[in-house]
Design a protein around this ligand. Structure first.
Ligand SMILES: Cc1cc2nc3c(=O)[nH]c(=O)nc-3n(C[C@H](O)[C@H](O)[C@H](O)COP(=O)(O)O)c2cc1C
Length: 190
């Protein structure tokens, strides 16, 4: 069953904030980039820390391997995910990788794919994946594992991957001094 919703307009961008602090560099860079989205593009911003995500339990090979329909916070996250044509992971670099909140959210995709009748993987096909990240090192190659994990996830899910917008900053607000990142941000979504 093909999902036709993704080809209809308008586009809806879901920004998934994953930093463990408020209004950090990554969110600032993402909000700056989002200013350049056309006005008709809908934007939803959610902070993954606002959702009480249970630990993901791997029951793929237990019993029938199926998962029950998600409830509560996970149901809200699933609905937000499926309402978006474009998902933007707003993820500072933590230990060369994704922050735990973003990783946990992604782990739950494995369950959502196995809820009978949901067709989650089928529905996600064709939705676009984006990433904004900020590192405390000027050498962007340290973000490679984070970038690759999202790029490969996009490939697995058959979602077009748009590459990462990578900025440099450590203390909150330092990102505004990264002129190169701001220039790239202005063109990232357009
Ligand atoms: C738990 C943790 C791990 C981090 N690991 C790295 C890292 O591996 N490489 C790096 O360059 N910066 C690392 N940083 C620094 C952050 O990426 C940097 O401060 C960034 O600006 C934070 O973004 P935010 O303000 O959006 O939270 C780490 C910060 C924290 C809190």
């Amino acid at each position: 069953m093909k999902n036709t919703q993704i080809t209809s307009h308008p586009r809806r961008f879901l920004f998934l904030l994953a930093s463990s602090r408020a209004q950090g560099n990554t969110e600032q860079l993402a909000r700056y980039a989002a200013k350049f989205l056309p006005a008709e593009v809908k934007q939803e911003w959610i902070n993954l820390h606002d959702y009480d995500m249970p630990d993901f339990v791997d029951q793929r090979h237990t019993g029938d391997g199926e998962y029950p329909a998600p409830q509560g916070a996970m149901r809200e996250l699933l609905d937000a995910t499926l309402s978006a044509t474009d998902l933007v992971f707003v993820t500072p670099l933590y230990w060369y990788s994704l922050p735990a909140s973003a990783k946990k959210y992604l782990d739950h995709w494995s369950g959502w794919m196995r809820v009978p009748g949901y067709d989650f993987k089928e529905k996600m096909r064709g939705r676009r994946l984006w990433n904004v990240t900020v590192t405390a090192d000027e050498d962007q190659s340290y973000a490679q594992a984070l970038v690759d994990s999202l790029r490969l996830t996009a490939g697995y899910m058959d979602m077009p991957w748009n590459g990462s917008l990578i900025g440099y900053g450590n203390r909150p607000g330092e990102i505004v001094q990264d002129v190169s990142a701001l220039e790239r941000a202005a063109k990232y979504f357009v």
